[in-house]
Design a protein around this ligand. Sequence first.
Ligand code: SF4
Length: 562
Amino acid sequence: MEREVLEFDVQFVGAGPAGLAGAIHLANLIEKHNEAIAAGGPGEAIGETNIAVLEKSAEVGAHGFSGAVMDPRGMRELMPDFVEKGCPLAAEVTGDDVYILSENGQFKLPFLPPVLHNHGSYIVSLGDLTRWMAGIAEEKGVLIATETPAQTPLLENGRLLGVRTGDKGVNKSGERKGTYMMGADALAKATVLCEGPRGTITKQLESALGLTKNSDPQNYATGVKELWEVPAGQAKKGAVIHTMNWPLKSDTFGGGFIYGLSDTLWAVGFATGLDASDPTSDPHGNLQRFKTHPLVRKLLEGGKPIAYGAKAIPEGGWYAMPKLSADGMLLAGDAGGFLNGGRLKGIHLAIKSGMLAAETLFECLEASDFSAAKLATYETRVAQSWAAEELKSMRNFHQAFDGGLWQALPRTGFQMYMGGRDPFGDHLKGHAPHTKVRKLRDVHPGGKPEPMKFDGKLTFDKLADVYLSGTMHEEDQPVHLVVADTSVCATKCREEYGNPCQHFCPAAVYEMVPDESKPGALQLRINASNCVHCKTCDIADPYQIITWTTPEGGGGPNYKQL
Ligand code: SF4
């Protein structure tokens, strides 16, 4: 069997907002340019250009997950008439509230810092948004290849030639089944990686090409969300509520969010910093506890969850962004760290980064020059854009939480009025989340806390929530969570950290079960088919021995309205 070779002019890896905005904008720029030439303008027309977007999910949007409140700035630049064109906007934001919670109480902030004002923004489902954007891209001739996971970078002398996509029809033992289909080599003059947080190709290239050697380590939180259907009138369309503190301890970064999509739908979510010191920190459990707070409970009364999802969020900010270009490639969206943690927003930045990538690639096409130097003009474009200005203004935001919430509040307030400068310096060093986790005995000297009990009405265990995510994988395929040395799980990790993978994974993928061959011993069981592709394990494992690899194309969550 010969490997198929696909050749594109430009390919985007990942059909999220960055990749789709990039593809649409590039097609628009070429069309406009050629129209101007046809009308007698100077220069030469650009010939037929093959633009492709590779996407691992079965349909665009199925893996799309975000809060989400969208600042329309990016979308407005991409498509000034996005509202008239039918962009799926669930609601325009009508009100902003921020609460500091204690277990049974709450304190509403009497005024909000400007960065937390959401007036003029829209509550959206990222899945719906990207489905709509994909339709527009296709109308412009962009090829959207779903069920096409980019698995391996194709590097030659330091230049990215393209990506190899995953095989189909391989069984658990790695043997070819009757349905075997060899993955293809997707080659392009330039590849834009916009795979989301901790992207598979991005991670491999970060080390191969040294993209992060001058950046601070990227930091992450994991966002977990349920969509709740409640009796008519109980949800408030356009309402935006954010919370801090409980159920987290004040030393853990994160908080809750509740967004009103309609008068019957609440998006209820919780983000937990993966730099939590507690090895039993559990992003899914934090969402369940959050819902039991009287403030949240009353909003959900009489309702039921209809969807669930989770995703890692790059929180490191400006200083944690990797080098955004290299020979043959650009980075955009979450893969490039385009997320404003202080504003809890990234969609507008992802769109802008995709557009800046498109403008760079348009110039490359015009000049027939895809050299590393030409591609590197993307970095200048980013640096001169409002996206950089916004990210720089929050450049020390996450780092201020290293000392806990109570000292972060005045410090981040100071930063907001000082253009991002912190009282303790202009560049506070970031850290990789896994370096912050402490030994179990130091955090819980008396042993692990009692596991939470779920009532099946307001609170749900991970498996019930995975069911709501629509997650499906072909069962007979190699396990896509690769643990380099499982003996570490059974010995060192069990002893030192109490196997935190059982807690941080929001989909009950990792379980320590009795090892029949050794009385009293435990061994790791990986329920790979539950995986919702959030990437938390790849990031948070204290020994950094878990690698999330791409499962067979089309597998994973089937998010609806998330
Ligand atoms: Fe997320 Fe990893 Fe669990 Fe999959 S296995 S759901 S990527 S933490």
